[in-house]
Design a protein around this ligand. Sequence first.
Ligand code: ADP
Ligand code: GLC
Length: 512
Amino acid sequence: MKVLYLCTELYPFLKTGGLGDVSAGLPPALQALGCEVRLLMPAFPPLHQAAPVQQMVAPLPRAPTPWGAPPDLPSAHLVLAHLPGVAQPVYLLQAPVLFDRPGNPYLGPDGHDWRDNASRFAALSWAGALLGQGLDPQWTPDVLHGHDWHAGLMPAYVRAFVDAQQPTPATVFTVHNLAYQGIFPAALFPQLGLPPAMLDVHGVEYFGQLSFMKAALRYADRLTTVSPTYAQEIQQPAQGMGLDGLLCERAGVLTGILNGVDEQVWNPATDALLPTPFDAQTLDNKAVVKRALQERLGLAVRHNALVFGVVSRLTPQKGLHLLVPLLDELVQRGGQLALLGQGDEALEQALVDAALRHPGAVAVRMGYDEDTAHAVIAGADVLLMPSVFEPCGLTQLYGLRYGSLPLVHRVGGLADTVVDCTLENLDDDSATGFVFDAFTADALRHALGRAFALFRRPQAWRRVQQQAMAQRFDWATAAHHYLAVYRSATLSRPAQQPRLEEREPHVRRHRL
Ligand code: ADP
Ligand code: GLC
């Protein structure tokens, strides 16, 4: 099965969060199951620069579509590139006017969305749909798999081709975060090159505007999201972001599939960024890693201080505003905080203030840094993730792997992957961390208290660490589930006419 994977981030070249980790972990696991996977990404500078050899595939045609004008885009073409360390070939969408910009893929230097984001990401989806129509005569995918709103229009373009009686691949779309939807003024609709009928409440219209995410939820053959609990949560008003009605309608084709851990990058036994490796049998070595973290961040070097680690985007989603007022108490109880993050200015300031109040006990590093991320996740005793909502979460999975017990709010993927230290769970050795239910300061305070209490019982702590480290959330398991989704997507397609080149082998299907 040939799968085209449309995404905007790819670790280690370009990553703002877990999406980049997923694009690095899932395609190889699918390949191992026999899928032939290629990626399609905008030619952002870090990707373009990493691939010195790029083979021309085709320009994006500007001819009218069967339903009208094509998207109004600057000149663009596709190249096929091989990125170092990435086994799957990557189609890069070269359109310098759209993508040749430094920094964050979505935001300008002022921290606001790039003003032309609608065109930028419509171009990505359009290129994907055209590859499905034979734009690369050497390789036509059976499945187009888009990720998050940036690829949201892809299923809409494909549906337009279906409605125009063109043979097309099946479409699968994965929601990584429903909070980011790609919402644009309705006035932009004409430049997107979609059939006019799609500007409708049963199409891409969203409260008088356009939502790229809604386009995907409406038109993809199959939908997935990144945990079973989040798949349920987004069908309720509280987390449905105005799309819960549509998601309920499409519940029959929506699956929750947990993300995995890339063992090449996140494995304490082989992690070259640690001062010493460790595993469940050599947990004493974790003390060396903890000490190195304390030294690195300027925390007092005390082995009996309970070190709480945070590695996170600092956005309201991550719930860290609940932690700030509890920091004084956490320090009084002998705890320490090691935090690496970036984002919301007010939250950054509140954390810096706490660090100034508690030198040696609260250390914060603002910025994005892979090495420090490994140091914190590996060296902490507890990994804090009090997220308000969390589609899956990878950081807590890394925490489990490194015996850094996750302390999490019971939502989304956090609920699916961390087992609370209740007495029963301690008794039957299923506990792997600390889970609190209500999103309140009191509930978080109690969970912190339980972490302190368990830490005073080193043997029990060690058993929970070993149980945490024995968990396996691997990409192979996820890939099996995705493959089943791909199969059902291709089977679900209404019987298609033979592909055009099968009927008329000399005709290339992108002749629109
Ligand atoms: P999200 O995708 O919502 O940000 P995840 O837990 O799925 O949350 O993934 C976050 C990823 O980004 C993890 O790999 C984490 O280590 C990484 N990360 C988050 N913040 C930083 C940072 N400031 N520096 C380095 N890595 C970070
Ligand atoms: C999103 C979510 C996060 C998830 C990641 C990868 O960024 O916020 O929970 O782990 O995507 O799927």
